[in-house]
Design a protein around this ligand. Structure first.
Ligand code: BGC
Length: 345
C-alpha cells in the first residue's frame, strides 16, 4: 500500500479529483512526483479507475462470504485526527461495501496504552472474532500480539504502525496469518522537501545559501516519523540546498505539542527560522498558530509543511497559510486493510 501525493495550492484542484478517483484502490503504488503535471495525473487517474473497478468486483464477490464474520478493530487512540478519518472509512467500507454486519464490526480505543490494547485484543479473541485489524499503540508489541492471535488461530492485519522487518520476516518464515498495510512515509517526506524546492527561494529567505529549519517529529512508535524527518531533508540536499537544523523535537502527532515546539523555536531562533517541517498536519496546525502569534507570515518570511491533507490543512494551503501538505491516503489504506481482512476471515 503506497499512497501519497504532494499538495500545494496550485496542485490542489487536480489532486482532489485524483484522490476521489483513487477511492477503492488496492495495495499498489499510486504516486505523482509533480502534482501539477496534467499528463501524469491523467495516467494515474486511469490506473486508479481500473483498480477501482477490480476492487468493486472483489467487494461484490466478498459480500456473501463475510455476512456472519466478526471483525475486532483496535485503534492506538481515538484522539488522533488522521486515525479518526481512517477508522470511520474502515468501518463504513467493511459494512457498506464489503457486507460485514454492523453488529459484527467492533472498534475499541487503545487510549495510547499498550496494556489496555493488549487486554482488548485478548477480549476479542475470547469472543471468537474471525479477524483482527490492529493499529498498535507500540509497534514493538507486534510479536506478542501476533503470537496471541496465532495461538487462537485468528488472522491479524496490522495498520498504520509498521512492525519491524524481523517480525514481518517471522510471519513469512513461520507461515503466520499476519500482514501489514500502510503508506510509504519515505515518499511523503521526499514530497515535503520537493514542495520547498519548488518555491521561489527554495526556503532560503535570508539568502545565506542554506535552508534553516525546525523539524517537528511524530511519535517514533510510527516509523512514519523517522522516514518523513529523514527524507524531507534528504530531498532538499539532493536538490542542491545546504541545510541547517535549528531544532528538532518530538511532537507525538499532537497539535498542542506542535504549537509549543514551534513557539519555543521561534522565540529561541527568531527570523533565522525559514522552514517548519511537521511530520503531520495536526502538528502543522499547531505550528501555524505559533507562527501567527509570532507575527510571521507563511510564504513571505517562512514556509510550513505538513502531511495527511486533512480538510483544515487543505484550506490553509488554499488560503496561503500553509506552504503544502502531502496526501496520506486513508481511503486507499483502509480499503486495502478491509479487503485483506475480509479475505483472511
Ligand atoms: C499520520 C499521523 C497520525 C499517525 C498515527 C501517521 O501516518 O500521518 O497524522 O497521527 O499516523 O500513527
Amino acid at each position: 500500500m503506497r499512497m501519497t501525493k504532494k499538495v500545494t495550492a496550485m496542485a490542489l484542484a487536480s489532486m482532489m479529483a485524483l484522490s476521489l478517483a483513487g477511492c477503492g484502490s488496492s495495495s499498489t503504488t499510486a504516486t505523482t512526483a509533480v502534482a501539477t503535471e496534467a499528463a501524469k495525473e491523467t495516467t494515474a487517474a486511469a490506473t486508479e479507475a481500473a483498480k477501482e473497478a477490480a476492487t468493486t468486483a472483489a467487494a461484490a464477490a466478498a459480500t456473501t462470504d463475510v455476512a456472519d464474520k466478526k471483525v475486532g478493530i483496535s485503534i492506538y487512540k481515538f484522539d488522533d485526527n488522521f486515525m479518526t478519518l481512517y477508522r470511520t472509512e474502515l468501518v463504513r467500507y467493511l459494512t457498506e461495501d464489503l457486507g460485514f454486519k454492523a453488529e459484527n464490526v467492533v472498534v475499541q480505543d487503545g487510549k495510547g496504552d499498550q496494556a489496555e490494547q493488549t487486554n482488548q485484543i485478548q477480549n476479542f479473541i475470547t469472543q471468537g472474532v474471525d479477524v483482527l485489524i490492529i493499529n498498535l499503540v507500540q509497534s514493538s508489541a507486534a510479536e506478542q500480539v501476533t503470537d496471541q492471535c496465532a495461538a487462537a488461530n485468528i488472522p491479524v492485519v496490522f495498520i498504520n504502525r509498521e512492525p519491524d522487518a524481523t517480525e514481518e520476516d517471522r510471519w513469512a518464515a513461520d507461515g503466520i496469518a499476519a500482514t501489514y498495510v500502510g503508506a510509504d512515509a519515505r515518499q511523503s517526506g521526499k514530497y515535503q522537501g520537493e514542495i520547498v524546492l519548488a518555491t521561489d527561494n527554495k526556503g532560503d529567505f535570508n539568502g545565506d545559501g542554506k535552508v534553516s529549519y525546525v523539524m517537528v517529529m511524530g511519535d517514533p512508535e510510527n516509523v512514519d516519523a523517522k522516514y518523513r524527518t529523514q527524507y524531507s531533508i534528504e530531498a532538499l540536499t539532493e536538490g542542491g540546498m545546504e541545510v541547517e537544523k535549528l531544532d528538532e523535537q518530538r511532537g507525538d502527532w499532537d497539535q498542542a505539542k506542535g504549537q509549543e515546539i514551534v513557539a519555543n523555536a521561534l522565540t529561541a531562533h527568531g527570523d533565522a527560522v525559514e522552514v517548519v517541517f511537521c511530520n503531520n498536519d495536526a502538528m502543522a496546525l499547531g505550528a501555524l498558530q505559533a507562527i501567527e502569534t509570532a507575527g510571521r507570515k507563511v510564504g513571505e518570511d517562512i514556509l510550513l509543511l505538513g502531511v495527511d491533507a486533512l480538510t483544515e490543512a487543505l484550506q490553509n494551503v488554499q488560503d496561503g497559510k500553509m506552504t503544502g501538505t502531502v496526501f496520506n491516503d486513508h481511503i486507499g489504506q483502509s480499503h486495502a486493510a478491509a479487503e485483506i481482512a475480509g479475505k483472511m476471515a
